[in-house]
Write a protein that binds this ligand. Structure first.
Ligand SMILES: [Zn+2]
Length: 485
């Protein structure tokens, strides 16, 4: 936490532009409804992006659900009873103070605006234009317009971030429901059902991944902050008093998870919240941050939320949400068995943000290795995250090579490994295309294949090629996919 890394703003913007351009060019991410001019802050995952996002979420699920005995997963409805959001505080508290700049007409979040000492004399240009009349004002509010620096601002107004709609055909007041702004609440609401049907014993957790929606005022940095996004959240229930131990467990577990897949392990860090930063119900909280091209920014929050959420839902629903530990002793009566409301640790990760992080981390440009040669763009995605694991090429489109290549692709599919047949353009161009797609292994069928039943396998990162037997191809790739996982 001591080291301060300096952001090169211009280099960061260039890097982002390159990542965005690659995403478009290679079918990772497109603007939503692009032929209609796009829709602000909405994105579509193309063929490779859909695979990448699925792989990121599958790796998370594998590490928190399959590889642990103490966590089970659920998949809840996006729409929930409106009382859920009253209990969670979202209806009342999930709001941003908004301000309009009277000078340049920008609408922005007051809490995110550049801060200045109250009463500071500020100078800005009329209309927020590049050249023009200089105006002066006093920053009475303690902040200025983020675009033009003006202190001539409207009043702050509250704005609910939840998307509202109606359940049923009639728009009546009591039919108002919301699209969930987070996946967390269903895990509290279903605490009892999950605990009893699966006979879970505290400490245990519930995991869920899926879409959430926030009508954000400020959308920025491509898919980093968008109104529709995906989350990967865990509610880990533990005995009151043990939350510190579990906080240690989860912070190290989660940062370890990111590092397993990143090329630059030091680009993630944990930042502990100061006491005055904590929400009133939380007794500890960490931000897990990544060094994005624009600087450190949040990937995941890990909060120790005490028994706040279960208590709130008990209060609003009238259903008691608690846990009975048969093996404990009641501290008051001294009798066997103890009932209590569990505390919770909540590791709440952004899946969409993780996708952007892995793209930024993987993007690399390599200069030509020999004079007169061509450089390349290569996406050094961890093999387990790569959309396509193996590309199979026939060297030429004749002599039975395409058939042999297609046969290998089929073998990969039967083994559950995503492979792709590709015969278009020269072999060099095919390698470059798959370097940009992040495909870790390319197999080429050539004249020798027919003679001795071998193919070449090329490694994306080292560009080294070796010959392996066709019959070993699936096993070789499968083994390499497990490397480092
Ligand atoms: Zn302004």
């Amino acid at each position: 936490m001591s080291e301060e890394r300096v952001v090169d703003k211009k280099a960061g913007e260039e890097k982002m532009a390159k990542v965005v351009s690659l995403c478009k060019r290679r079918g990772f991410i497109f603007p939503s409804s692009e032929i209609y001019g796009g829709l602000r802050s909405c994105y579509d995952y193309g063929p490779l992006g859909a695979e990448l996002k699925k792989n990121v979420m599958a790796e998370w699920w594998r590490s928190v659900v399959y590889e642990r005995e103490d966590i089970v997963g659920i998949d809840a409805s996006i729409m929930m009873h409106p009382r859920v959001w009253e209990a969670s505080g979202h209806v009342a508290g999930f709001q941003d103070p908004l301000v309009d700049c009277k000078n340049c007409k920008e609408r922005f979040r007051a809490d995110k605006a550049p801060k200045v000492e109250k009463g500071t004399e500020v100078e800005y240009v009329e209309g927020g234009k590049r050249g023009g009349k200089k105006l002066h004002g006093k920053a009475e509010r303690g902040y200025v317009c983020p675009v033009c620096g003006s202190a001539d601002l409207s009043e702050e107004r509250m704005f609910n971030l939840m998307f509202r709609t109606n359940l049923g055909p009639v728009e009546a007041a009591d039919s108002t429901i919301y699209l969930r702004p987070e996946t967390a609440q269903a895990m509290f609401v279903q605490f009892e059902n999950v605990q009893s049907t699966m006979s879970m014993k505290v400490p245990f957790g519930i995991a869920q991944a899926g879409k959430s929606f926030r009508n954000e005022v400020t959308v920025e940095h491509f898919i980093f902050r968008s109104v529709e996004f995906e989350q990967m959240e865990i509610e880990f229930f533990c005995e009151p008093g043990t939350q510190g131990t579990w906080m240690d467990h989860w912070t190290s577990e989660r940062i370890g998870w990111y590092r397993r897949y990143l090329n630059r392990k030091d680009d993630v860090r944990l930042r502990r919240h100061e006491k005055d930063e904590l929400a009133h119900y939380a007794d500890d909280c960490y931000d897990l941050e990544y060094f994005f091209p624009w600087g450190w920014d949040e990937l995941e929050g890990i909060a120790s939320r005490t028994d706040y959420d279960l208590r709130k839902h008990s209060e609003y629903s009238g259903k008691k949400l608690s846990y009975f530990d048969q093996n404990a002793t009641d501290p008051e009566t001294g009798k066997p068995g103890r009932r209590y409301v569990p505390y919770v640790i909540e590791p709440s990760a952004g899946a969409t943000r993780s996708v952007l992080m892995f793209l930024c981390d993987a993007y690399d440009e390599e200069p030509a290795t020999e004079p007169g040669g061509e450089g390349r763009v290569v996406l050094r995605l961890h093999p387990r995250l790569a959309p396509i694991k193996a590309a199979v090429f026939p060297l030429v489109k004749k002599d039975g090579l395409p058939e042999a290549a297609r046969d290998i692709v089929k073998r990969f599919f039967r083994a559950g490994i995503n492979a792709r047949y590709d015969e278009q353009h020269s072999i060099g161009k095919r390698y470059r295309r798959h370097d940009e797609a992040g495909t870790p292994y390319c197999l080429t069928i050539d004249g020798q294949t027919k003679e001795d039943g071998t193919v070449t396998i090329r490694d994306r990162d080292t560009m080294k090629q070796e010959r392996i037997r066709i019959d070993d191809a699936v096993d070789v790739v499968r083994k390499r996919l497990d490397l480092g996982a």
